[in-house]
Design a protein around this ligand. Structure first.
Ligand code: G6D
Length: 338
């Protein structure tokens, strides 16, 4: 089909248990993840637009790969080796999610397609959206027979640059958005949240979750329990980077989310040091797969990534990629029945 006058392919991955994942070459978008509930009914557990043409704009980045950089770069500029690079100030004068034409808007190339896996590639030319270096990236989606969907990001650059890729899927384990996510229970292996300023730009200061109960998910609780807390007013919900253990190794079960009604459980493993949790605070009110209109808190994102570059480039070092380095990160979303 065509979206924005560009040819877009639709790819479906399957596994032996009947799970399937629908992916678009536009933005590497995940439009559907079909997962059985406790009665064996397969339903969609991500927010996807019913009408493919809604992805022409997609201001909420539903399902997309985000790049070159996830999150906000304060002032829409950064410096590398004494050179200042200016970026689009597409969000209150700051650079959000790689600028105006980020990786979410690009048509990715299908490099390798099997029944349960697809490799998508993209070349981002030197100077694109103001970023230095010609960058070659690949994203491998693999649906395994243990009912996990893994996303492996690899990249190379010919010049020192910034790279911090993630996927912006909104999850809802009720199935076809039968209800919002406020009744889902969530557990996080995270002790700190990155403080944001009034534009949600990380300031470099960390908040100990044991001092602000709204951020404390060390013991599982309902997502809606503290969502109207004063600490979340500025963001109208959760829209914060939670710190994970700093290690290049894969950290298992960083996120554990359960929907009692459907019996579905999702865990997240990742090599990244952080995960931005966004509780869909700004819906688009467009029709979703299954017919529901996208309303506030209908989905929750677990955007595993390095800490966003932030204010005064406070977290820049976590996203620097040099020409002699290989970018390699993996995030795995695993589904089961409680
Ligand atoms: C808002 O602040 C949030 C972002 O974190 C999110 O990615 C976007 O909406 C979809 O700008």
């Amino acid at each position: 089909m065509n979206i924005n006058d560009k040819k877009v392919e639709v790819i479906t991955l399957t596994n032996i248990n009947g799970m399937s994942v629908e992916i678009l070459t536009l933005g590497g978008i995940i439009r559907k993840i079909m997962v059985a509930d406790k009665h064996g009914n397969f339903e969609n557990v991500v927010l996807g637009y019913e009408d493919y043409q809604e992805y022409a704009e997609n201001p909420g980045y539903l399902g997309t790969i985000i790049g070159r950089t996830s999150g906000r770069i304060g002032g829409a500029h950064f410096t590398l080796n004494g050179v200042m690079y200016k970026l689009p100030g597409n969000n209150n004068g700051n650079c959000l999610h790689g600028g105006n034409i980020g990786f979410d808007k690009k048509i990715w190339t299908v490099e390798n397609l099997e029944s349960n896996s697809v490799t998508l590639s993209l070349v981002s030319e030197d100077g694109e959206e103001g970023f230095p270096g010609t960058v070659h990236v690949s994203v491998i989606y693999t649906l395994s027979d243990d009912n996990s969907l893994s996303i492996t990001y690899t990249g190379q650059t010919d010049k020192k640059t910034l790279l911090n890729l993630t996927n912006h899927s909104y999850f809802n384990l009720s199935g076809d958005v039968k209800e919002n996510i406020l009744d889902h229970t969530l557990e996080l292996k995270s002790n700190f949240v990155a403080e944001g300023d009034k534009y949600l730009i990380p300031t470099g200061r960390l908040i100990d979750v044991s001092e602000v109960s709204a951020f404390d998910f060390k013991v599982a609780k309902k997502i809606g329990k503290d969502i109207n807390d004063e600490a979340l007013k500025l963001a109208s919900g959760y829209d914060h980077p939670f710190l994970l253990e700093k290690s290049k190794e894969i950290k298992k079960d960083c996120v554990i989310m359960i929907c009692e009604k459907s019996g579905r459980k999702m865990t997240m493993d990742t090599t990244y040091d952080a995960v931005v949790i966004y509780s869909s605070n700004f819906p688009t009110y467009k029709k979703l797969v299954g017919g529901k209109i996208f309303e506030k808190h209908d989905g929750i994102c677990f955007e595993a990534q390095q800490l966003p570059i932030g204010k005064d480039e406070c977290n820049k070092s976590d996203s620097i990629l040099k020409s002699e380095q290989e970018y390699n990160n993996t995030t795995i979303y695993r589904f089961s029945i409680i």
